[in-house]
Design a protein around this ligand. Structure first.
Ligand SMILES: NC(=O)c1ccc[n+]([C@@H]2O[C@H](COP(=O)([O-])OP(=O)(O)OC[C@H]3O[C@@H](n4cnc5c(N)ncnc54)[C@H](O)[C@@H]3O)[C@@H](O)[C@H]2O)c1
Length: 222
């Protein structure tokens, strides 16, 4: 596949699938035109889909043009179990996204809090509320909360807590699910990708694993 820099150039190459790993803006700009060409799209910047109007448009395009719209589990896990809980009846879904303070630098919502992120004495909660409210505040940092919301009980019922914790070395996420089938608690401690420490290694391999099973007639576990 040659290097291309335009949407038309990308479409002309007739890709088997396009994996978005860029930004919310890129989802807004590229996902729908690609789906309309019948090209499957995998979205890593799932927080963009907190916008109901955009998500509805992409879902409609996927259905109309028979192109897969796919959001992988990315930097978390357990979405298979969450979906099963939802079929039986889910009562609550919560995620706490906890990262070392440096990970929260340069985010306008956090900057407004005027915290000295280099010298926090202990964990500080930056946000607590619905995923609907919180996801847009952190466009590049809580896409996992969006994936969790969409796989589960939606942005309005999924609870999100965002924490800066100076004791952490790795980004660490806690998921709690309660429903008719019981309770599920998951802790994900995430090693950064060596070439790009902003990104979780798990997220990269989640995209790769999803791509590997894309055309498979047999699927185990998902
Ligand atoms: N779902 C998950 O679990 C998960 C995990 C990690 C990262 N992400 C998301 O994946 C995306 C990529 O992460 P990253 O750490 O590689 O980011 P990055 O900033 O290191 O790289 C993104 C690249 O995309 C390019 N880009 C951004 N917007 C673009 C646009 N509109 N058109 C063309 N190119 C554009 C940038 O120039 C940059 O080269 C981010 O949105 C991030 O939040 C999701």
């Amino acid at each position: 596949m040659p290097f291309v820099t335009t949407l038309d150039g990308l479409i002309a190459e007739k890709p088997e699938m396009v994996i978005e790993a860029a930004s919310h803006d890129a989802v807004r700009e590229f996902a729908r035109p690609l789906l309309k060409q019948g090209i499957p799209v995998m979205i890593l910047s799932g927080g963009a889909l907190c916008d109901d109007e955009l998500r509805a448009k992409l879902e409609a395009a996927a259905a109309k043009y028979k192109a897969l719209l796919y959001v992988p589990s990315g930097g978390i896990g357990g979405l298979d179990a969450l979906k099963a809980v939802c079929v039986a009846g889910a009562d609550s879904v919560e995620i706490a996204v906890t990262k070392p303070p440096a990970a929260w630098k340069g985010i306008p919502y956090v900057d407004k809090m005027k915290l000295d992120l280099d010298h926090l004495a202990g964990p500080v909660t930056l946000f607590e509320g619905t995923a609907r409210e919180g996801v847009p505040y952190f466009p590049a940092n809580v896409n996992i909360a969006a994936a969790l919301s969409m796989a589960g009980i939606g942005f309005d019922r999924t609870r999100l807590k965002v924490v800066a914790d100076p004791a952490l070395i790795y980004n660490t996420h806690y998921i709690n699910i309660r429903g008719k089938t019981g309770t599920i608690s998951i802790k994900v401690e995430s090693v950064p990708f060596p070439d790009n420490p902003k990104t979780a290694m798990l997220a990269c391999y989640s995209a790769l694993a999803s791509f590997k099973q894309f055309n498979s007639p047999v699927r185990y576990g998902t």
